[in-house]
Write a protein that binds this ligand. Structure first.
Ligand code: KG4
Ligand code: ZN
Length: 376
């Protein structure tokens, strides 16, 4: 994946992501399905054009991360307003880069949950307006299903069933992907999401926002065995996660060190904390593959770009004869190409949403509110 970046005057980063070679253009046969996909669930405004679920013709991301950094986290109102400003430009760029027009697309897909309601509404309204104006089918996509489907883009041979560990800022789920769009959740977090724990610990050790990438970097300079932080196991739910005890233990250590006037080695704390998170995520995922009898394991979501997680997963999968799949880091964070990938399989199943589609901020995985409109 090749990323072309440009910082705009307001601090927003405009990115265009491409495969190395020029993407194949348009439809080569009449069964090809070209989808315009839109994503705006958090602080990235994104649009992409995806052919047959796996070929990315364009992938545009307008990231507001720098705007929220000064507040130490995403400010929902700022995110919504920036989406309004940026979304049209992203869609225009995605169509231009793919060398298609709205006429050429077969459907418009959009993330309709979960996420920040005001942010989601911008993408949903935009997608509904395009569907209404063009008469093209409208498909609502679950954000986490999008993250999982990011694995299909670079692994053309990957097909369900497989196990997927979804770890993002808001979610930590261990899922069996039974078929396209069919998920069984076998484990989830009891408290903080993995990304949330990274962000909170990073703030506590003074690394700032966004915490995940900063801890990842600091951990490379630190000793992962400097501290032994707890890895929670939940007796009655062996695949569930809990990160709040780990986070409290790190915070206690920091406070104690401060009170005793000791110097804090942020790199050692970062490395030891990351080790604890990564080990628990990996051991649960490998155990699930073995016990459920799957030979394929994928990771997805923002935390899936963590270098420690990728390395340990790779090692453990190899040791256990499991095929390991992970998207390139740029496809782990929020983007619209993954929404286009998920939407393709919904399109093939005949899923169509009406113009009464709404944003659902707490939309559960696998329990989708679907609308079928015959003939559309
Ligand atoms: O999937 P994502 O972009 O947005 C959500 O859907 O939440 O995930 C964002 C989360 C943030 O908590 C961020 O700190 C974390 O992913 N993250 C990482 C890394 N890169 C992003 N966590 C650990 N290591 C990383 N390299
Ligand atoms: Zn996400």
């Amino acid at each position: 994946m090749e990323v072309n970046k440009k910082v705009e005057e307001d601090g927003v980063i405009f990115m265009s992501i491409k495969d190395k070679e020029d993407a194949e253009i348009k439809k080569e046969n009449k069964d090809d399905v070209v989808i315009l996909a839109i994503e705006s669930s958090c602080d990235e405004s994104a649009a992409a054009v995806v052919k047959n679920g796996r070929e990315v013709l364009s992938n545009i991301i307008s990231s507001q991360i720098a705007l929220h950094t000064v507040y130490g986290g995403v400010v929902p109102e700022i995110a919504s307003r920036k989406h309004v400003e940026k979304m049209n430009g992203c869609i225009r760029a995605a169509l231009d880069e793919a060398k298609v027009t709205l006429e050429d697309i077969d459907a418009v897909a959009v993330t309709y949950g979960p996420g920040l309601v005001g942010a989601l509404l911008v993408g949903v309204s935009e997608a509904k307006a395009i569907a209404f104006a063009t008469g093209k089918p409208l498909i609502g996509v679950h954000h986490i299903e999008g993250h999982i489907s990011a694995n299909f883009i670079e692994n053309k041979e990957l097909e369900p069933p497989f196990v997927c560990l979804v770890v993002s800022g808001g979610h930590s789920h261990l899922v069996v992907v039974k078929d396209y769009g069919e998920y069984e959740i076998i484990g989830q977090t009891r408290d903080d999401a993995a990304g949330e724990a990274f962000d909170k610990v990073a703030r506590a050790i003074g690394l700032g926002y966004p915490g995940g990438p900063k801890i990842d970097k600091a951990a490379k300079e630190g000793n992962p065995d400097a501290f032994s932080f707890p890895q929670a196991q939940i007796p009655d739910a062996e695949y569930d996660f809990s990160f709040s005890g780990l986070k409290s233990s790190v915070l206690n250590y920091i406070n104690q060190a401060k009170m005793q006037g000791q110097e804090l080695d942020a790199n050692d704390v970062a490395a030891s904390f990351q080790k604890a998170v990564v080990e628990v995520l990996t051991s649960h995922a490998i155990k699930a593959c073995k016990e459920y009898g799957y030979k394929k394991l994928a990771i997805a979501g923002g935390v899936a770009s963590n270098s420690g997680l990728r390395a340990l997963m790779e090692k453990e999968c190899k040791a256990n004869g499991i095929e390991f799949y992970r998207p390139s880091p740029v496809l782990c964070t929020d983007n619209a190409a993954m929404i286009g990938a998920a939407a393709y399989y919904e399109y093939k199943k005949g899923v169509r949403f009406g113009l009464d589609m709404n944003a659902v901020p707490n939309l559960p995985l696998g329990d989708r509110e679907r609308r079928f409109h015959a003939g559309k």
